[in-house]
Ligand binder design. Structure first.
Ligand SMILES: [Zn+2]
Length: 549
């Protein structure tokens, strides 16, 4: 991406100066090394900002031309600048609330997790639930998963539920089993499993829909102000990493209220396209609301459905069994017919639809579902999404392209969850998180952390996508490597398309929202194995610094 002075002339000459005649700049950032991601004008040195949008983009001299004595100016000191990163699948409101209210079990030993549970139980009246999140069975030094006895020892007088960071499976103690009336004789529910050891006894792990008997016993005590506080906390954490927009891929009307409250109190640090979970859609339909309502800060997103299990918890519904478990093909949570009934009314009412499908069997089901919805109620540019869309093959990619579907593959899994990949096997990894296949087919895949399941740092995405190497140095699926230029496009331009906002953001262009990130080193020239360490120096959303290191 070499720049030449000539490249800037077109844009400044037409769009920028036309805009400048209507508005004066309020802020100028100059002396930067700006990668605009706008293919018509890829490089710039300076931007003028007014009303939260870019007024002009060009060379130092060109932007100086439209300046005046009263305009605030910031010297970027030749720092590298990109459009703000867009995470197309980040569980925002719910994880904010969890960080506020639950026990963070992202710890490196079972003893440390027990200590954290013990501490919380000491402050919780006996009989009330102790709830934990972000537990990861492969990240503790013990070499085994949690057991009922571990949780009983930590909190004998409280029901305990600890959810995996993947979010689809949970570990419970004896009190929790009693309270939920689950025992050895309880049959597995459709779309779920109570894990049993070789002796047939319950291990304490409940998978997919089998977590429902426990969840239904936990009273949701979050207040409206706590929900707003959760959004404030998590969006601050997100803005620190250079992300300026998220799609929250699962949510409730209460989450929309929390976003709106945070926006009104000045506590929302990133823009949100807030999905609504299928279970709440009747309430939204009754209110006459569909996807797209809102403003450039808080917008009603897609309706979310779930078809199968999880990659990090190794229960996605795949056509070939898991390595070392020859009879295990994962879990299908909903059938195609059920998903059709769940979505036809919303599709007809104008809802954008995103369905979680990880395994190749599930992806096939969802593609058929989308075909069926379009046949019943044809809509122009429905931009259907397949959330995660992890295990693919050539036929699935061809159909994804033909139907204009947007996949949101996990952005940090190869790097962060490498030790879990052996359960899929080296050969299958060449068909997972398949950015190379998607880009070659002309499919606009996104950067999507799925946090909490995956870390959301965009620099980790860049390293993961470019090197396909995990933290232990193991390479997974090298045929799916993409270039750093491609990865940056996925993390910006493609993200804006996934929420129908490509005219608003994704590039640094006159007229677009003034969302950008200033980084400490240029990823385009950095050693790919060091991308994850590139410091984020500043994040701007709508012309305001939301983070400054
Ligand atoms: Zn998710």
């Amino acid at each position: 991406m070499k720049s030449s002075r000539r490249e800037f002339v077109g844009l400044v000459g037409v769009a920028a100066l036309k805009a400048a005649s209507v508005t004066k700049p309020e802020l100028i950032l100059h002396n930067g090394s700006i990668h605009t991601m706008d293919s018509a004008n890829p490089r710039a040195e300076a931007v003028a900002i007014a009303g939260g949008r870019f007024l002009a983009v060009g060379t130092n001299a060109e932007i100086e031309n439209i300046s005046s004595a009263s305009v605030k100016k910031i010297d970027l000191g030749r720092r590298t600048v990109f459009p703000g990163f867009i995470d197309a699948h980040l569980h925002t409101a719910s994880s904010g609330l969890r960080h506020l209210k639950e026990v963070d079990c992202d710890l490196r030993s079972i003893a440390a997790i027990q200590a954290a549970i013990r501490e919380r139980a000491a402050k919780t009246p006996a009989g009330q639930w102790v709830v934990g999140f972000k537990y990861d069975d492969t990240k503790t030094s013990d070499g085994r998963a949690l057991r009922i006895a571990d949780l009983d020892a930590a909190a004998p007088n409280h029901p305990v539920i600890i959810t995996h960071r993947g979010g689809h499976t949970s570990w419970v103690n004896s009190r929790a089993l009693q309270v939920a009336d689950v025992n050895e004789k309880t049959p597995d529910p459709p779309g779920g499993k109570f894990e049993r050891g070789p002796n047939g006894k319950l291990t304490g792990r409940a998978m997919e829909t089998a977590t429902a008997p426990f969840r239904s016993k936990i009273r949701n005590t979050a207040t409206r102000s706590e929900r707003r506080e959760g959004v404030k906390l998590i969006t601050k954490m997100i803005a620190r990493t250079g992300i300026t927009s998220v799609n929250d891929p699962q949510g409730s009307p209460e989450d929309l209220t929390a976003y709106q409250d945070a926006y009104e109190s000045g506590d929302l640090s990133v823009r949100v396209y807030g999905f609504i979970s299928q279970g709440f859609i009747k309430r939204m339909l009754a209110a006459g609301v569909h996807s797209g309502l809102g403003n450039e800060w808080v917008r009603v997103g897609a309706m979310k459905m779930v078809c199968d299990g999880s990659i990090s918890e190794r229960d996605a519904r795949v056509s070939q069994p898991y390595i070392g478990r020859p009879d295990d093909y994962g879990i299908l949570v909903r059938t195609g017919d059920q998903l059709f009934e769940d979505s036809r009314e919303a599709h007809a009412a104008g809802w954008h639809i995103g369905t979680h499908a990880n395994g190749d069997v599930a992806i096939d089901i969802v593609l058929k579902l989308y075909e069926r919805l379009q046949k019943e109620t044809p809509r122009r540019d429905p931009r259907f999404r397949i959330e995660h869309c992890t295990v693919i093959n050539d036929d699935l990619v061809r159909r994804i392209k033909a139907q204009g579907v947007i996949p949101t593959p996990f952005s940090s899994y190869v790097y962060y969850h490498g030790e879990k990949m052996k359960e899929y096997g080296a050969e299958r990894l060449n068909h997972m998180f398949a950015l190379r296949s998607f880009l070659d087919a002309g499919v606009r895949a996104t950067m999507s952390s799925d946090y909490p399941p995956g870390p959301f740092e965009p620099m980790m995405f860049l390293q993961s996508a470019v090197t396909r190497t995990d933290t232990h140095g193991t390479v997974w699926g090298p045929t799916q490597r993409i270039t750093i230029e491609e990865a940056l496009r996925v993390a910006t331009v493609h993200g804006s398309y996934a929420s129908f906002e490509e005219k608003q953001k994704g590039t640094i262009e006159a007229g677009k929202l003034a969302d950008l990130v200033v980084v400490g080193r240029d990823p385009l020239t950095a050693d790919p194995s060091t991308l994850v360490n590139i410091p984020i120096e500043r994040t701007m959303v709508g012309g305001q610094w939301m983070f400054e290191a």
